[in-house]
Design a protein around this ligand. Structure first.
Ligand code: GLU
Length: 257
């Protein structure tokens, strides 16, 4: 299977913005193992801004563009350094791809990007994609990596997208404010009622929330692929997800006919 795994900042970093070492070690171990089983893995990783915040000892996630972009430039190095080191422990090679909206908007650039990704997979490397935050302009920014991951799935014909986040999946109501909320294990159709379950609340260091995840699910399931939202605190869940066992919330890809 060709699997795109998107990890949010809340999975990779502590609320301080500093690296969650244990989590990253587990994640890289499981992804390496899935690759050894024969799956193709593409990682869409957030965390550049969050980790820049930690590394530069900023008091909180910045709101102005220059500081945000400077934090991303610092944090992206930390992120790739860590991935490179951890995947190397399991003899895997990583590749960094930083993209902007324009790369998907220009057929020529898109074609190059697709070719590079395909070649990297043929060469058994693990592509790690993030938005090129230090140069992206606000009005043209992809904005969140849930959307970026869904777009990537489209152009590389992925079979499955997994969004690892700080929540277990989609609930019937916001579980932080409604203790009676139930987790929905399977969503077969994304109806207006399902879309209404998103409350748009994200973590303090990341960008996405449930609404960007549901938009990603719409995009991906229309292409016929499945999407799963699961809790990134337990990277081992990826084994069950790859086997199709019920974990988190699975959005079933539309099948023809
Ligand atoms: N590209 C941003 C970063 O690396 C993350 C965007 C998101 O959280 O979805 O910090």
């Amino acid at each position: 299977m060709r699997i795109v795994v998107k990890v949010g900042t809340s999975t990779l970093a502590h609320p301080t913005g500093r690296l969650n070492i244990q989590r990253m070690e587990k994640l890289c171990k499981v992804l390496s193992d899935l690759k050894n089983m024969g799956h193709e893995i593409i990682l869409v990783s957030s965390g550049a801004i969050g980790m820049g915040v930690g590394k530069l000892s900023l008091p909180k996630r910045p709101e102005d563009m220059p500081t945000k972009q400077a934090a991303a430039a610092v944090g992206q190095c930390e992120l790739m350094y860590t991935y490179d080191k951890l995947f190397a422990e399991y003899s895997h090679t990583v590749a960094q791809l930083l993209v902007t909206w324009e790369d998907f908007d220009h057929p020529h650039r898109l074609n190059n990007l697709q070719n590079t990704l395909e070649r990297l997979l043929q060469l058994h490397a693990i592509p790690i994609i993030n938005e090129n935050d230090p140069v992206a302009c606000e009005e043209y920014s992809l904005g969140d990596n849930d959307t970026l991951a869904a777009i990537v799935c489209r152009y590389i014909h992925a079979d499955l997208l997994v969004l690892l986040s700080d929540i277990d999946g989609l609930y019937t109501a916001n579980p932080h404010t409604h203790p009676e909320a139930r987790l929905l294990p399977l969503v077969e159709r994304i109806t207006p009622e399902i879309l209404a379950l998103a409350d748009g609340v994200g973590s303090s260091l990341g960008t996405g929330g449930m609404s960007t995840k549901l938009r990603a699910a719409q995009l991906v399931t229309e292409l016929g692929a499945d999407m799963v939202i699961a809790n990134g605190s337990h990277p081992e869940l990826l084994y069950d997800i790859a086997e199709g066992r019920p974990v988190g919330t699975r959005f079933a890809g539309r099948k023809e006919g």
